[in-house]
Ligand binder design. Structure first.
Ligand SMILES: [Zn+2]
Length: 285
């Protein structure tokens, strides 16, 4: 399927060939597919919400009960927020003419837990909400807690679910950097970045060019190697909304918990930005 991201990437590839970054002209019909037009917003402020697991009860701090998620999605609707695709946000960051609706919000889910299929997928199918999953392929159809390739294919076929990279086996890059010699560490990182991209593109089709940093750990080397591996944007777990001031290789996201209800959830959506952290700082949370 030809997506907005594909259109933008094709244009970017052309720009790279030209050796300079040009304003990208993308057909309006492509830009606006599914996204109501608004004036280009220099003050873009988009919270990306990050989920991990779902279920009837809270079994750990990363589980949000399915009932609470449904309430959060209803809050978004009631307050006039529109859930947009992560690719549309990335396109808008790269090209201010790729407009987003007012009060745009993005939903992401890391790690590929099986409850994404059993609990979240029925909900987003009913409410027609797009979601991006960041998965690490070593677990898929392998670990007991993880999704299967068949479930991923079914979700992707819905048109609501995009599947992107969370490295190959979710390493802690701080630990690996200490454990390995510099050259071995670089080879390790490059493998962790390139393998999931190749596997997901081959198995799922489409372009895999978005990366969620495991444990939110990133630094200047990691960002440079991720760009070289073909990623156009990467995502951390720093708690603030995305603005045009952010480094595209370390875009912040809010981890959502079961306690994010009512006013607390509304504050998360509309609260003022915290100051961006320096881009080279390794973050572990
Ligand atoms: Zn993770």
């Amino acid at each position: 399927m030809f997506s907005l991201a594909d259109a933008w990437l094709a244009a970017v590839d052309t720009c790279r060939l030209l050796g300079r970054l040009l304003p990208v002209a993308v057909p309006a019909a492509v830009l606006l597919a599914g996204v109501p037009a608004r004036a280009a917003d220099p003050a873009l402020h988009v919270p990306i919400l990050l989920y991990h697991r779902f279920g009837p009860t809270v079994t750990d701090e990363m589980t949000v009960t399915t009932r609470v998620v449904e309430g959060q999605l209803q809050t978004l609707q009631a307050r006039g927020h529109q859930v947009v695709r992560l690719q549309d946000l990335v396109a808008s960051l790269q090209n201010a003419q790729a407009m987003l609706p007012d009060r745009a919000v993005v939903l992401t889910v890391d790690d590929g837990h099986r409850s994404v299929y059993t609990d979240l997928f029925p909900l987003i199918t009913r409410l027609r909400v797009p979601v991006t999953l960041f998965i690490y392929p070593s677990a898929i159809s392998n670990a007991s807690y993880a999704l299967t390739w068949e479930q991923l294919a079914e979700m992707k076929a819905s048109g609501l679910v995009d599947i992107q990279s969370h490295t190959f086996w979710h390493p802690n890059f701080n630990v690996e950097r200490r454990r390995l010699a510099p050259e071995a560490y670089q080879r390790f990182v490059q493998d962790q970045l390139t393998r999931p991209k190749a596997i997901l593109e081959q198995r799922m089709g489409g372009k895999v060019d978005l990366l969620a940093w495991p444990f939110g750990i990133y630094d200047a080397d990691l960002m440079r190697w991720a760009s070289a591996a073909g990623y156009v944007a990467a995502f951390s777990i720093e708690r603030r909304a995305v603005t045009r001031a952010e480094n595209p290789m370390a875009l912040p996201r809010y981890i959502v918990t079961d306690a994010d209800r009512g006013v607390r959830f509304e504050t998360l959506l509309s609260g003022p930005n915290q100051q961006p952290a320096t881009n080279t700082k390794a973050v572990q949370k």
